[in-house]
Write a protein of this length. Structure first.
Length: 182
């Protein structure tokens, strides 16, 4: 895990890549930033097949690799502050849909028979995942799972066609996934 973090740190600083370190989560007004985004779109966009978001994609993926427990009412009360933070982040992000907030809160434990790599220390205690069912907005205590779910979500045809912030987010996750795989 330390090796992965070090590689990511070096990548974020632009070392050993020949490219400047540019955060690609949002478009900015700098010419260099726009050039970087154009290069990333040219490289990664052809690898993406757009599809409409469907919660069942998350559900099927999670059930394949993990045992899932949905939070009951008592656990929800204990985690109320986490749910409020999740709602705040959802309402202030690019996935926000006016008038729609249907959170699903899960605790995930590893399945011994799955092929998932359990390198993160949090797997010993289980992982929590918050999903807004209508939009696919996700927050989780696992970096690896966050990346995986972002890749599963994908982007819609409209998001793909307009080079939206969600498309740039997906490309960032694709790059992150490449680093983790090294």
């Amino acid at each position: 895990m330390k090796r992965i973090i070090w590689q990511i740190w070096k990548w974020l600083r632009g070392e050993n890549t020949g490219r400047p370190a540019v955060y690609i989560g949002e478009k900015d007004d700098s010419i260099e930033g726009e050039k970087q985004i154009a290069r990333l779109l040219a490289e990664y966009k052809p690898q993406i097949t757009p599809h409409e978001y469907d919660f069942s994609l998350y559900e099927n993926y999670l059930k394949e690799y993990f045992d899932i427990e949905e939070f009951d009412a008592e656990k929800m009360k204990k985690n109320q502050i986490h749910l409020e933070i999740f709602e705040y982040n959802y309402r202030n992000g690019s996935y926000f849909i006016e008038g729609k907030f249907e959170p699903i809160c899960l605790r995930i434990v590893k399945k011994p028979e799955s092929q998932w790599s359990y390198d993160e220390p949090d797997w010993n205690h289980g992982i929590t995942v918050y999903i807004e069912k209508n939009s696919g907005f996700v927050e989780t205590t696992s970096t690896e799972l966050s990346v995986a779910l972002g890749l599963v979500r994908g982007v819609s045809e409209e998001e793909y066609r307009t080079n939206s912030v969600k498309l740039l987010h997906l490309i960032r996750l694709m790059r992150w996934n490449e680093i983790i795989a090294e």
